[in-house]
Write a protein that binds this ligand. Structure first.
Ligand SMILES: N=c1c2ncn([C@@H]3O[C@H](COP(=O)(O)OP(=O)(O)OP(=O)(O)O)[C@@H](O)[C@H]3O)c2ncn1[C@@H]1O[C@H](COP(=O)(O)O)[C@@H](O)[C@H]1O
Length: 106
């Protein structure tokens, strides 16, 4: 899973500098961060609609669109996707800490 996103992140980094007439990533990047952010929002709403309609195929497709556009946005902000994964890892490490702290000591 991580390799797929890593490859896509790499491709996006390369395509940002491509000819906008030949690359969707370059075209979207040229339209500015506001437009990229708007696309992330639109794809998120479409994924939610697909989930609420219980449409599995649509949800898979819209989730792919959402992740792709999120990676384009992170690239525009100069944030490596590894930073997001590191944050998730950190939270996983934290899970259960509050529960353990609340437990009476032996
Ligand atoms: N994963 C994707 C991907 N997912 C979705 N899309 C594009 O996202 C767009 C979303 O469609 P919409 O109808 O929502 O948007 P639109 O009508 O094109 O644009 P708006 O008018 O809404 O702004 C489509 O044009 C899709 O082709 C993607 N375009 C590219 N990739 C990946 O990015 C790589 C680089 O692509 P290029 O930059 O085109 O070389 C590709 O090899 C793929 O791996």
């Amino acid at each position: 899973m991580r390799a797929t996103l890593q490859t896509l992140e790499q491709t996006i980094a390369e395509r940002r500098k491509a000819d906008p007439s030949a690359s969707y990533v370059a075209k979207l990047t040229a339209r500015g961060r506001g437009k990229i952010a708007q696309k992330v929002g639109e794809e998120a709403v479409e994924a939610v609609i697909a989930a609420m309609a219980d449409n599995r195929a649509e949800l898979v497709g819209e989730s792919a669109d959402l992740l792709f556009h999120l990676l384009v946005l992170l690239a525009d902000c100069g944030i490596p996707f590894d930073d997001v994964l590191d944050e998730l890892d950190r939270r996983e490490g934290l899970s259960g800490i509050a529960e353990k702290a609340a437990r009476p000591k032996d």
